[in-house]
Design a protein around this ligand. Structure first.
Ligand SMILES: NC(=O)c1ccc[n+]([C@@H]2O[C@H](COP(=O)([O-])OP(=O)(O)OC[C@H]3O[C@@H](n4cnc5c(N)ncnc54)[C@H](O)[C@@H]3O)[C@@H](O)[C@H]2O)c1
Length: 180
């Protein structure tokens, strides 16, 4: 008989029909992220143009039969139900930098998204919600989100910047080697 878990987390993932989410969601549901004894209730968000893809992702997760996966709610608009009572919110959704696009254009495209989703998060999430931003530019998006969430402590917000850190470290390392 399967051991029942007493701990559970309600987790929002935006950009759930995207490539990063496709790799990440199985890890989340298999207990690799929060442990093998934490039940996961998933709230998945993407945009209307991705509705069919999102449905496909949900079917695949259901097919996997993850014992820790307690349920999935998914929508293709910023419906407040998806944000209600979430303990963890992972932001992977947003516009990608397209050819010819300046960094400033990407910022503008994502500012609106993070401002609006920040407001909904603020009004609906668990006030102790932990937030991780993956969408680039991560630092800016994370700051915009945090500034629109006065009900959630600023220390609860973080973003994935390890890639930039590793790149910077390697640049420094190789500059040093070139000089030797
Ligand atoms: N921080 C890091 O280390 C790191 C590493 C890799 C990728 N990224 C970033 O992660 C993000 C996702 O990458 P990807 O390869 O999965 O991109 P992707 O284009 O495959 O997925 C992005 C998804 O976001 C959705 N989306 C767009 N607007 C949305 C909105 N308003 N609400 C919800 N969803 C929305 C899109 O429809 C799409 O399905 C990108 O911004 C990318 O730059 C960050």
């Amino acid at each position: 008989m399967e051991k029942q878990s007493s701990k559970s987390l309600k987790i929002l993932v935006t950009g759930a029909a995207g490539q990063i989410a496709y790799s990440f969601l199985p890890l989340l549901c298999s207990g690799e992220v929060f442990g093998k004894d934490v039940k996961i209730f998933l709230n998945l968000l993407d945009i209307p143009q991705q509705e069919e893809v999102l449905q496909g992702v949900v079917y695949e997760l259901e097919d996997c039969g993850f014992p820790l996966l307690g349920g999935i709610m998914f929508k293709s608009n910023d419906h407040k139900d998806l944000f209600r009572g979430v303990d963890v919110a992972i932001f992977m959704g947003g516009s990608l930098r397209k050819p010819g696009m300046e960094r400033r254009d990407l910022l503008e495209a994502n500012v609106h998204i993070f401002r609006e989703q920040g407001k909904i998060l603020n009004e609906n999430a668990n006030p102790n919600c932990k937030i991780l931003v993956v969408t680039n530019p991560v630092n800016t998006n994370c700051l915009i989100l945090q500034q629109n969430c006065s009900n959630i402590p600023a220390k609860n917000f973080t973003c994935l910047s390890r890639l930039n850190l590793n790149r910077a470290k390697n640049q420094v390392k190789f500059i040093k080697l070139e000089k030797v």
